[in-house]
Ligand binder design. Structure first.
Ligand code: SF4
Length: 157
């Protein structure tokens, strides 16, 4: 039987690719994914390196954009390009698990602001997660995935 293939935020696996050079290592989550083939991704590290300034999702007339909190630059294109290429290169992904609240990886937990930095909603999809959703891939925030799968591992469940 083919192992389930899971695209997962690299920081959840312990890669120190967060904006400040730390990780979000989550052994509980990994226990639930035992036996799966894990394919890590980090669009922000790829596009901007680590450490890096933070960015936020901003609702604009041209749609949702990732805007640098340091410079105000639109950082959407390199992240969106990475996301498209990642899924093009990995067509057999069964599941996407993203780090909660990330403007790139959060699935239903990213914060979306208006141009004046007023919070519009806290259940938006980050840019990478949005690409997964648009391609019809089952997508979960890590915390929700853990809560919904109390007994590890998920294989055979
Ligand atoms: S949440 Fe996504 S973009 Fe941020 S460090 Fe983790 S993998 Fe990279």
């Amino acid at each position: 039987m083919k192992k389930p293939t899971v695209a997962i935020s690299a920081c959840l696996l312990g890669r120190k690719c967060r904006y400040d050079g730390t990780d979000n290592y989550d052994p509980k989550l990994l226990g639930k994914l035992e036996g799966c083939e894990l394919i890590p991704f980090c669009p922000e590290d790829h596009a901007f390196g680590t450490p890096r300034p933070t960015m936020d999702l901003i609702a604009t007339e041209e749609g949702t954009k990732a805007i640098s909190n340091l410079t105000g630059a639109d950082l959407t294109p390199p992240v969106a390009k990475y996301a498209r290429r990642f899924f093009d290169e990995h067509p057999g992904i069964d599941l996407f698990i993203g780090k909660d609240r990330s403007p790139s990886c959060g699935v239903c937990s990213a914060r979306l602001y208006d141009r004046d930095k007023r919070l519009i909603r806290s259940d938006a999809a980050g840019l990478m997660a949005r690409e997964a959703i648009e391609r019809g891939i089952e997508a979960w925030d890590a915390e929700a995935f853990i809560a919904a799968h109390p007994a590890p591992p998920i294989l055979g469940s």
